[in-house]
Design a binder for this molecule. Structure first.
Ligand code: GLN
Ligand code: ZN
Length: 759
């Protein structure tokens, strides 16, 4: 009989219960015992829900109080030694110190989990890192599940992925040298699981979706050879991409099963089915764990037919990856359009889809005729729906000339035209867009949303915030002003709410890290901009000052990247649609006299495909979309872009190819290391490296900003250099912002004088 299982379930809870528990614990409103009891109750509720939906083999160990990669480090006794904790006796307080830092030690670094928006805590490896199995916590959860009569499969990050995802600290050394010690700890862990009655264990090796060096690939066979002795049956899970190029290697591994992501890479099934070993299970990750669309059951049954005929009960069914990346329950969305809702599936619905597929395979299509009809109907209705398809959008794209994404003149000519009217001093100062989102601003916005504040009163409230921001910037002496983004809740949501083709959920939260969740918009249809989105605010702001005020937009790639997107249109095409909708806005801003326009693209780097071979293609269409968003602007209009919190060093040519007149970019945290890359690369246009970290309440000192700018001047010609903070200032308060910007302006003026002197 085919087995259904999950790689993991959203641990945050239907109502973000885990978030509440964590935050109450951090505020010391509940104690450790209450936190742990709450977490246990949540785990149990989730298991019972999965069991109730008929899933047969349930994950344990996918739950985490903060991060499953942190938990994996602790399972092998490898908390960073700089904290000085005893790995065998770590309490909740210490656990959170690893994740969030303490008075003496910064938190472990956080970075993105592959190409998802989940962030994990980066393990810290030293040449002498010692490992020891610490299975207590996991065994406790296994027993909890067993006590509920649940058939469990513990899930762990696999040893090679764990090692790969960590950073080597101290003197350079080859991380693979740690593998023998790590494997010994994993063996002990696996033996302990087996001793407590566990039959199956899932080891996640998502690094199989990357381009791995040969020595790492070669390490798989001996590693798993060592692990399987004395262990429960091992299901090795790959996801987030194709593992087809490793098919022969993986089929030969001494493991009991392989899991494949057939949502991302359906074509890899062929490579695995050919000569699939008789003694292994193949887990088909057929239900998309990364997106929100209802499964096309007919199509999936067809896709699985050959595998089922060949493997019979050795074919398992699962979502493509952990449901951690999926919102919890669609049933809670009572205000969504009924048609749209019938096309969606969140985690809870995906469980049912899994079960239906299983019945279809087991008993034939007739046994699920009703479900198939429902699924087919939804697919057909979606294909023809005017909610989704707007021929004018397609026609507009098809009619674009080949050079639609090119500015009229090259940068040097544009810069001269811009400077002719801007008349900016050297080292011009600006900010990134947002000013403090004060309690008053948030109160007005939510009163407006609840209908307690009229549109006219809301507008007045926001205008007075804008006026305040403009006045303060003039007093500070900044050169290019911003309106402050008081009216924006979120830089993607604000635009999505005004564009057609976007929907918003009430509770579609997905964990980003720890207690932090995001609620991505759902792009379901062709995108248009029915009316101007920012023009009135921008025009009002500009009317208050003789200095230029930047129009402020979120770029097409970032809007795409931070949304759930359509599965019936390539990402590149959706991005192009967003770009043209934004272009309408850019043109309207320009016509309204806003002639400095910033198009933020902080997420451009995170869209980079995991596989090197696919990267250039992505960068090409992403760059084209950005340029299309500024299509047709006058040479004298100055286009800015902004990027932050990613490693940009390896995509500089693509950043240059955006051809923005000015880029402002976060750099201060790396002490301008990124800037050295820009210098080496001879970045052609103007650039404003962030001169202070906006995440800290600390006001930067004159010397620090001066030091950074002097460093910048060593690699960037003064004519190209702008001065600005790292990112937007919405999380800060006004006294900090005013003090920091006053220092920034003053340093810039001083350096200007010195430059004039030496010239
Ligand atoms: N303009 C936005 C702001 O200042 C940019 C935010 C971002 O880069 N994430 O808030
Ligand atoms: Zn930023």
């Amino acid at each position: 009989m085919t087995t259904t299982h999950l790689l993991g379930f959203p641990r945050i809870g239907a109502k973000r219960e885990l978030k509440t528990l964590l935050e109450n614990y951090w505020k010391q409103e509940i104690d450790e015992a209450a936190l742990l009891a709450g977490a246990r109750a949540l785990r149990q509720r989730h298991w019972l829900l999965q069991k109730g939906a008929g899933v047969e083999l349930l994950p344990v160990g996918d739950f985490s109080l903060y991060d499953h990669v942190l938990d994996a480090q602790l399972l092998v006794g490898a908390a960073p030694p700089r904290f000085g904790f005893d790995p065998a006796a770590l309490d909740a307080e210490q656990y959170f110190q690893l994740a969030r830092g303490n008075a003496g030690q910064p938190a472990q670094e956080m970075t993105k989990w592959f190409d998802t928006n989940y962030h994990y805590l980066v393990p810290e490896w030293h040449a002498d890192t010692a490992f020891s199995a610490q299975p207590q916590r996991l065994l406790g959860q296994v027993r909890e599940a067993q006590a509920l009569g649940i058939h469990t499969k513990p899930v762990l990050v696999g040893p090679l992925s764990l090692l790969w995802l960590g950073k080597a600290k101290g003197l350079a050394f080859d991380k693979l040298r740690l593998l023998p010690g790590l494997l010994a700890a994993y063996r002990d862990l696996l033996a302990a699981l087996r001793a407590s009655g566990v039959e199956w264990v899932q080891l996640d090796e998502p690094i199989l979706a990357l381009d791995l060096p040969q020595d790492w690939l070669d390490a798989f066979a001996p590693a798993y050879q060592q692990l399987q002795a004395g262990a429960p049956s091992i299901l090795l899970a790959s996801y987030f991409g194709s593992a087809a190029e490793h098919a022969a290697r993986l089929k030969a591994l001494p493991v009991a099963g392989l899991h494949l992501d057939l949502a991302r890479a359906p074509q890899q099934l062929q490579a695995f089915l050919a000569g699939f070993p008789e003694d292994k299970v193949l887990s088909a990750g057929i239900i998309d764990g990364r997106n929100v669309w209802r499964a096309d059951l007919s199509l999936m049954l067809r896709q699985l037919q050959a595998a089922h005929a060949q493997l019979g009960e050795r074919l398992w069914l699962a979502p493509s990856c952990s449901l951690l990346h999926s919102p919890f329950d669609l049933a809670a969305e009572i205000q969504l359009d009924a048609d749209l809702k019938s096309w969606l599936a969140f985690a809870v619905q995906k469980l049912n889809e899994l079960k239906t597929l299983q019945r279809g395979l087991r008993r034939g299509r007739a046994a699920i005729a009703g479900e198939l009809a429902g699924s087919d109907f939804a697919q057909q209705q979606k294909q023809g729906s005017p909610l989704i398809h707007r021929p004018a959008v397609r026609q507009r794209i098809a009619a674009l000339p080949a050079d639609a994404d090119r500015r009229a003149s090259p940068y040097p000519q544009r810069a001269a035209r811009q400077q002719a009217w801007l008349k900016l001093p050297p080292l011009p100062t600006t900010t990134i867009g947002s000013f403090p989102q004060t309690a008053a601003i948030r109160a007005s916005r939510s009163a407006f949303k609840r209908g307690e504040l009229s549109a006219a009163d809301y507008q007045k409230a926001m205008e007075s915030e804008i006026e305040l921001a403009i006045r303060r910037q003039e007093e500070l002496g900044l050169d290019v002003l911003v309106h402050g983004e008081a009216e924006r809740n979120d830089m993607v949501e604000y635009f999505g709410e005004q564009l057609s083709g976007f929907a918003f959920t009430a509770g579609g939260w997905v964990q980003s890290y720890g207690s932090r969740c995001v609620k991505p918009p759902i792009i379901y249809g062709d995108i248009t901009r029915p009316q101007p989105m920012t023009v009135a605010w921008a025009r009002f702001a500009q009317s208050l000052s003789a200095k230029p005020v930047k129009g402020m937009l979120t770029g097409p790639v970032t809007i795409l990247q931070w949304s759930f997107t359509r599965n019936d249109l390539p990402r590149s095409e959706v991005c192009r649609q967003i770009a043209l909708a934004l272009n309408d806005e850019v043109r309207d801003l320009e016509a309204a006299g806003i002639r400095v326009i910033q198009i933020d693209e902080p997420a451009i780097r995170e869209g980079l495909p995991l596989k090197r071979a696919e990267r250039q293609g992505y960068l090409n269409w992403a760059g084209q979309a950005f340029r299309l968003s500024c299509r047709g602007v006058d040479d004298a209009t100055q286009i800015h872009t902004h990027m932050c919190y990613s490693e940009f060093g390896d995509i500089l040519p693509a950043i240059a190819a955006l051809d923005a007149d000015v880029i402002t970019i976060e750099t201060s945290r790396s002490d301008m290391a990124l800037l050295a890359d820009f210098g080496r690369f001879r970045y052609p246009n103007a650039i404003g490296p962030g001169v202070y970290d906006i995440h800290s309440p600390r006001v930067p000192q004159t010397d620090e900003i001066r030091h950074l700018l002097q460093k910048a001047l060593q690699v960037i010609p003064a004519e190209q250099l702008w001065v600005n903070p790292d990112c937007g200032l919405k999380t800060r308060d006004w006294p900090e912002v005013e003090a920091a910007l006053a220092t920034m302006v003053q340093v810039s003026r001083k350096l200007r004088e010195e430059l004039a002197h030496t010239a």
